[in-house]
Design a protein around this ligand. Sequence first.
Ligand code: ADP
Ligand code: MG
Length: 496
Amino acid sequence: MESEYLFSSLPIKKVEGILPEIVTDLSVDSRTVNAGGVFVCIEGFTVDGHAYVQKAIDQGARVIVASRKIEVDLDKVAVIYVEDTSRAVALLAPRFFNYPSKRMTMIGVTGTNGKTSVSNMLHSILSHIGEKSAVTGTIGFNLDGVLYETENTTADVLTTQQMINQAANAACTTMTMEVSSHGLIEGRLAGTEFDIAVFTNLSHDHLDFHKTMENYGYAKGLLFAQLGQDLSQSKFGIVNVDDPWGGRMKEMTSHPILTYAVHTNADFTAKDIKLTVEGTTFTLVSPVGEFDVSMSLIGEFNVYNALAVIATLFAKGHEMEEILNGLSVIPAAKGRMEKVETDLPLTIYIDYAHSPDAIEKAIQAVLPYKEPNSKLIFVIGTGGNRDRQKRPVMAEKASIADYVILTTDDPRDEPYESILAELEVGMKHKNYACIGDREKAVRHAVSVAESGDIIIFAGKGHEDYQIVGREKLSHSDAAIALDEAERKFGEGVLDK
Ligand SMILES: Nc1ncnc2c1ncn2[C@@H]1O[C@H](COP(=O)(O)OP(=O)(O)O)[C@@H](O)[C@H]1O
Ligand SMILES: [Mg+2]
């Protein structure tokens, strides 16, 4: 790209050295700088890019963007000084890739719970319809059936633009992104032009970062503000108005809003909801009439997710029939109340619930279908060094289950004793065990289970690891549970 065009987007304080005519690459990590590239020095929480300038030059960087004076050989590189390098990369990244989000319909999904579920449902239905779509979020970046790993639900600004560019270059017409409140506050979505913003719900989570619910709600609202004020463009907000925060989301944009709800009036609502363990049916009441809906996803929360998906695809211009056909065949997102298929006399679900509201919703999704005299066993852990306020509330919600096993979920450097002690405070009954080692906790759940029981392993979802100390150890609730079940119920029970 021509460097004059690229850098004209920056509020430059000073340039030292001679800028090349063309730059070939943009990077914030000295290890990935390529010859002829631009290296932007970002001051992160743990590392400061200014310390890696020489490494970047050795790798072939031709331009350095810095906010502090650096000593370099100006015959080799040019230095652009700016006030704030994080803002600089947010301006450079979309321009470097020619504003890729403008080349696709971009859907952003935010909220405390349901982002991964809704985004993957959207992607699955679009793929079913035959539209080329990509999705990125907690589970990864899914393009052309290949799943690339992502570090966070919402990636840094440069990676985000790279992914969008990759999807646009692969001829995707739609890209769905899970948008976290951290990502919004930290400007990681800068330069991403969304066409549809979806709000699922807001409940207690991440208060270690946001401090108050007010800040947290404001952060989510930024996605709606980010739809912009160019009303000549057809853009939509999709809002759950059963949630008290729904109204606030509406205030954040002037673009048209389509609402959905189960308990209040809205553009898209569900009536005659029939929830079973096998799936869900309801009558959709929409601006274009009433329709029968059937899907394999379970639990009332999935009715909300389905309404969000239906409203989004309707706003995007799809026919109701093709939307509902797609919805009837798609599976649950990986690790979201995902049933482990076995011949065991038990029912096992792997779930990702790790906020109080999600825990309640996950348990309620199966509790009504438990056989008489059988029990619902719920295994729940919480992360170390993170949001401690939510721990007792999580245990309180988990108490709806008959037997609860409190354990860890990425304990990091925190001793499990303090994690368990803070969880335990919220327990409402005495039918529980505290087992810090998650593998032992999973084995214990299976060992106390009897025929007809249901076990939900919550918190890990699609994740195949457990972070202990600084190490990422391989871990699978499902694999451990099945191993224990085989020991208990005998070999051959898992032949499915
Ligand atoms: N709309 C919803 N409302 C409440 N809980 C939900 C909803 N959708 C999913 N859940 C629960 O929350 C967990 C996390 O869902 P997920 O889709 O991964 O949300 P997110 O990506 O927002 O963290 C699921 O495993 C399920 O237990
Ligand atoms: Mg997610």
